[in-house]
Design a protein around this ligand. Structure first.
Ligand code: LHQ
Length: 264
């Protein structure tokens, strides 16, 4: 593992730990970090051995969004095409996160701003240190929520709170984020990594295919109507019922023993 890499990865017992690693810039995204994060998530798609991903940030921040030093308008010939930046760098990674058929846990260890906040919110289980803050920083620089933020905020919080956060750019505490249902849990700072790691390891030894189908099903419910979602449940349960882990889960229950899931 190269210590100067913009993203550090470490695979242990089926859990891929992914650490955003530009602490001097509060882990803001430059092009290299974009590509390295994408490669890490792609690896989780490709390798059966990986059964859960845990993402966190090095140093005192989780991620401050786009590196604005790379976007200095005074050093550009004309107005930038930020749509192109999203299409090239952010959106493919967000699609990989949402389509990964394995749980992604995020340990938000400090401030999460702009696209940094929204990438965390696109993952499956968000734990945040009590000292962490979520900031929709876009309005402060004349931009609009991206990296899936307009979707996630509105789905998770409703229009009033989504607009409040996006238009004011005011920081939201981890506690408030949990109370509002934006994240799973606020955790004492000192306990964050232990708790997140224990949860990620638990997922890494769970019924991986069932987890993947659960993730798909809940995401589909954001856009499906009731009838379409019943059909979706029928199809995903059919697939889950054909997995070896389902057979193991029921057998273990009937045998009154702990199941041993193999992710198959
Ligand atoms: C940074 C950054 C940063 C560079 C802190 N960049 N250096 C998509 C499409 C294309 C373009 C535009 O963007 C997007 C999506 C987006 O993400 S837009 C939103 C971009 N992010 C922001 O606007 C957040 C900017 N940062 C902040 O507001 C503050 O730094 C926060 C509130 C995150 C933290 O505040 P503090 O704890 O007071 O830390 P600090 O401001 O002192 O920052 C520490 C260092 O990190 C500092 O560098 P220095 O050399 O002075 O120590 C900052 O310049 C650097 N840094 N964020 N995004």
């Amino acid at each position: 593992m190269a210590q100067d890499a913009t993203v550090l990865t470490d695979l242990s017992d089926g859990m891929l730990l992914v650490t955003l690693n530009r602490p001097d810039k509060l882990n803001a995204f430059n092009e290299d970090m974009h590509l390295a994060l994408r490669a890490a998530i792609q690896r989780a798609h490709d390798e059966d051995e990986i059964r859960c991903v845990l993402i966190t940030g090095a140093g005192r921040a989780f991620c401050a969004g786009q590196d604005l030093g790379d976007r200095d308008p005074r050093k550009m010939d004309g107005p930038p095409d930020l749509g192109e930046t999203l299409a090239t760098f952010y959106n493919p990674t967000l699609r990989l996160i949402r389509s990964l058929e394995k749980p992604i846990v995020v340990a938000v260890n400090g401030v999460a701003a702009g696209a940094g906040a929204n990438i965390a919110l696109a993952c499956d289980i968000v734990l945040a240190a009590r000292s962490a803050r979520f900031i929709q920083a876009f309005s402060k620089i004349g931009l609009t929520p991206d990296a899936g933020g307009s979707f996630m905020l509105t789905r998770l919080l409703g229009e009033a709170r989504a607009k409040g956060l996006a238009l004011t750019g005011e920081p939201l505490t981890a506690e408030q984020a949990a109370d509002w249902g934006l994240i799973w849990k606020a955790v004492d700072d000192a306990a964050l990594m232990d708790e997140a790691t224990a949860l990620a390891h638990r997922f890494a030894s769970g019924p991986t295919r069932g987890f993947g189908l659960t993730k798909q099903s809940i995401q589909a419910a954001s856009t499906n109507g009731f009838d379409a979602q019943l059909d979706h449940e029928r199809d995903t349960q059919r697939m889950a019922g054909r997995t070896a882990d389902y057979a193991e889960g029921v057998s273990a229950f009937l045998d009154k023993r702990a199941p041993v899931f193999r992710g198959q």
